[in-house]
Design a protein around this ligand. Structure first.
Ligand code: PLP
Length: 379
């Protein structure tokens, strides 16, 4: 069956923005300055203003943003860093790149984010930081995590790579902790036409260190005071991101509107729907349903020409890349059972309301057939 509703539609996305993107790119080409220049400076200031934080440091991608944020806080070899097993593997890879050891902790059954209780269950005298992931754009409950971190003198680094535009108790994620990593991978709520990332920073000294670390550890040209890396953002991407940032609030509203249509249309079906806690205004990076027969539902939707994805099918403690950390099946029951049941439905600003209802109609049909296996096998 040919795809009728793709999981993402970048052609439509670009079509709507093309004139302003071309103008932004032309500005860079005319200026002839391509790395860490006026566009990056302006983007950093505009991004910080959007999030209501003192500063933002642009880097090459979200993984580097996480790694450098930890390094700028002095977290490296010998340190343990608590994070979620239900996230992009890049979260844990960044911790390893910083020289620290990721320690996984189970997640809340509703929000699928870390909690203070699950973190307490895995802490050790070596724990130095905690990296809550605002999965699918739903903020983790930060206040109990902040309280625990303060008690233990841990650094809190928010992985907000999926949560641009999400609010926690009325304030953007990243604002309270003063340390958050963003990704501008094309599928993210604010995406470049390539890789990009940033760290939201509350502390001026940390921002100064980050600007050195992202550029080879230089304090001044050819003066290397730290073993930094090359994680510079280029001017073309900064110019594109500046242009797209002006649409972000509107895009989040649109995502939330489409998510509310999904919620309304699916409310009476035997599915587990995303939970938006009272403290949160979710940014709906993804709309993720849960059902024990997830694979049959995904196959049924594919029959209707509807694309879905799974974020993420294998919890990190069970991935070969992290085997040396000693993870075993059954260790994190909530994350493991979620990984078997989650299914991401199409959700992006360019998606029409009609198509959302096409998806929900298809789901209703598929679920009815699942409940009457005899009818479905004959059809
Ligand atoms: C996308 C993502 C990352 C990594 O960002 P990149 O820009 O791809 O390096 C890290 N954590 C989460 C939760 C993400 O969604």
């Amino acid at each position: 069956m040919k795809t009728v509703i793709p999981f993402n539609d970048f052609a439509a996305h670009v079509r709507g923005l093309r004139p302003e993107i071309e103008a932004a790119m032309a500005r860079v080409l005319d200026r002839g300055w391509f790395i860490l220049g006026p566009e990056v400076n302006a983007f950093e200031a505009e991004l910080a203003a959007f999030f209501g934080v003192p500063d933002a440091v642009a880097v090459a991608n979200g993984t580097d943003a996480l790694q450098l944020a930890l390094e700028a806080q002095g977290i490296g070899p010998g340190a343990e860093v608590i994070t979620s097993p239900l996230t992009a593997a890049f979260t844990a890879l960044a911790i390893i790149k910083a020289g620290a050891v990721p320690i996984f902790a189970d997640v809340d059954p509703d929000t699928l984010t870390l909690t203070a209780d699950t973190a307490r269950a895995v802490l050790s005298p070596k724990t130095r930081a905690i990296v809550p992931v605002h999965l699918y754009g739903h903020p983790a409950d930060l206040d109990p995590l902040f309280a625990l971190a303060q008690e233990k003198k841990w650094v809190v680094l928010e992985d907000a790579c999926q949560a641009h535009g999400a609010l926690y108790k009325g304030r953007p994620v990243g604002a309270e902790s003063g340390l958050a990593a963003l990704s501008f991978y094309p599928t993210k709520n604010l995406g470049a036409f390539g890789d990009g990332g940033a760290i939201l920073v509350g502390d001026a000294e940390v921002a100064r260190v980050l600007r050195q670390l992202r550029n080879g550890g230089q304090s001044d040209r050819y003066h290397h005071v730290r073993t930094g890396i090359n994680s510079r953002l280029d001017e073309l991407h900064a110019a594109v991101l500046r242009s797209k940032l002006t649409h972000l609030s509107h895009w989040i509203d649109r995502r939330r509107h489409l998510a509310s249509l999904y919620h309304q249309a699916l409310a009476t079906l035997p599915l587990r729907l995303p939970v938006e806690r009272s403290y949160a205004r979710a940014a709906y990076h993804l709309f993720v349903i849960r059902h024990p027969e997830r694979d049959a539902i995904a196959a049924g939707l594919r029959q209707h020409g509807i694309e879905t994805l799974i974020h993420y099918p294998i919890p990190l403690h069970l991935q070969p890349a992290f085997a040396r950390l000693g993870g075993r099946p059954g260790q994190f029951p909530v994350a493991e059972s979620a990984a078997q049941q989650i299914l991401s439905l199409p959700l992006y600003p360019e998606l029409s309301e009609e198509r959302v209802l096409q998806v929900t109609d298809a789901l209703r049909e598929i679920l009815a057939a699942l409940r009457e296996p005899n009818t479905s096998s004959r059809s």
